[in-house]
Design a protein. Structure first.
Ligand code: ADP
Length: 266
C-alpha cells in the first residue's frame, strides 16, 4: 500500500475501536444483513441480542473477515477490514493481509473447536508458535499464565476430551487471548454448555470485561447482558432495531419487536 493510500484508509486513532457502517451481506438471494451500523469504543462491551436467524453470527464473522461483506465498511482500530480504499474504490486485500488483520481479533465460537490431539497448554501455544513464530519456551510461560487466568492452571496437560464443556470453552478463551487481540468476539459462548457450566464461562468473560478488554458478545444470557454490557444491540431480520444502555433496551424497550423477543425469553 502506498503512503497516500494508507492515509486514506486509516482513520485517526480515537476512543473508537470498531466502526461499522451500512454493512450488507447476502447468501444467494437471502439478504442477511441489511445495513448494519455499529460503533464500539475501546474497553466497551457490546452484547448483540436477537432471535435466531437475525444475522448476529454473520455480522461477527464479517467483522473478523470470515465472511466477505457485500456493501458498507468495517474499520477495526482505524484500519479498513478486508479492503484497501483507493481513489474512492475498494480493492480486496490479499489473503495474507486479511490473515494479518484477523490475527488482531480473537474469536470464541459456540463449539470450542480445540485441537483434540493436543493438551490444553499445547492448544493455547499453537497459534503464537505457528503463526507468530514465538519461541516455545516463552509461549509456554505465557500459555500457563493464561490458563491460570481462566482458572485452569492445574489442567494444562489435560486433553480436551478429559475436560468438561465449560473447561474446554475456557481453554478456547485462553487460546484466543494468546494472540493478544485488540478485540474479542464471542459467538454464543455458553449456548452449547450444560446449564451448570454456563456460570464459570460467563465469569471469565466478565473478568476480561473488568480488565478492559473490548468485546462484542452474541448471547441469550440476559442477566449477563444487563450486568456486563455497556451497550446492548437488538437485531432482528438483518437490521438493528434498537441499541442503548442495557437498562433502557432491556428494561424499557421502545420497539414491539424487542418487547416480543424479551417476553418470549421469560
Ligand atoms: P443468528 O446468529 O442471529 O442466529 P445467523 O447470522 O447465523 O443468525 O444467520 C442469519 C441467516 O443467514 C440465516 O437465515 C442463516 O440460515 C443464513 N446463513 C448464515 N450463514 C450462511 C451460509 N454460510 N450460507 C447460507 N446461508 C447462511
Amino acid at each position: 500500500m502506498t503512503a497516500a493510500a494508507a492515509a486514506e484508509t486509516a482513520q485517526p486513532r480515537t476512543e473508537r475501536l470498531v466502526h461499522a457502517v451500512n454493512v450488507t451481506k447476502s447468501f444467494h438471494h437471502n439478504e442477511v444483513l441489511k445495513g448494519i451500523d455499529l460503533d464500539v469504543d475501546r474497553g466497551q462491551v457490546v452484547c448483540l441480542l436477537g432471535p435466531s436467524g437475525s444475522g448476529k453470527t454473520t455480522f461477527l464473522r464479517c467483522i473478523n473477515q470470515l465472511e466477505t461483506i457485500d456493501g458498507g465498511r468495517i474499520w477495526v482500530d482505524g484500519r479498513l477490514m478486508g479492503y484497501d480504499d483507493r481513489d474512492g474504490r475498494l480493492y480486496r486485500l490479499k489473503n495474507k493481509q486479511i490473515a494479518a488483520q484477523r490475527r488482531e481479533i480473537g474469536m470464541v465460537f459456540q463449539r470450542f473447536n480445540l485441537f483434540p490431539h493436543m493438551t490444553a497448554i499445547e492448544n493455547v501455544m499453537e497459534a503464537p508458535v505457528q503463526v507468530k513464530g514465538e519461541g516455545k519456551k516463552e509461549s509456554r510461560v505465557r500459555a500457563q499464565a493464561l490458563l491460570d487466568r481462566v482458572g485452569l492452571g492445574d489442567r494444562c496437560t489435560a486433553y480436551p476430551a478429559q475436560l468438561s464443556g465449560g473447561q474446554q470453552q475456557r481453554v478456547a478463551i485462553a487460546r484466543a487471548l494468546a494472540m493478544q487481540p485488540k478485540l474479542m468476539l464471542f459467538d454464543e459462548p455458553t449456548s452449547a454448555l450444560d446449564p451448570e457450566l454456563v456460570g464459570e464461562v460467563l465469569a471469565v468473560i466478565r473478568e476480561l470485561a473488568d480488565e478492559g478488554m473490548t468485546m462484542i458478545v452474541v448471547t441469550h444470557e440476559m442477566s449477563f447482558a444487563r450486568d456486563v454490557a455497556d451497550t446492548v444491540v437488538f437485531m432482528d431480520a438483518g437490521v438493528v432495531v434498537e441499541a442503548g444502555r442495557p437498562r433502557e433496551v432491556l428494561g424499557n424497550p421502545q420497539h414491539q419487536r424487542t418487547k416480543t423477543f424479551l417476553t418470549r425469553l421469560h
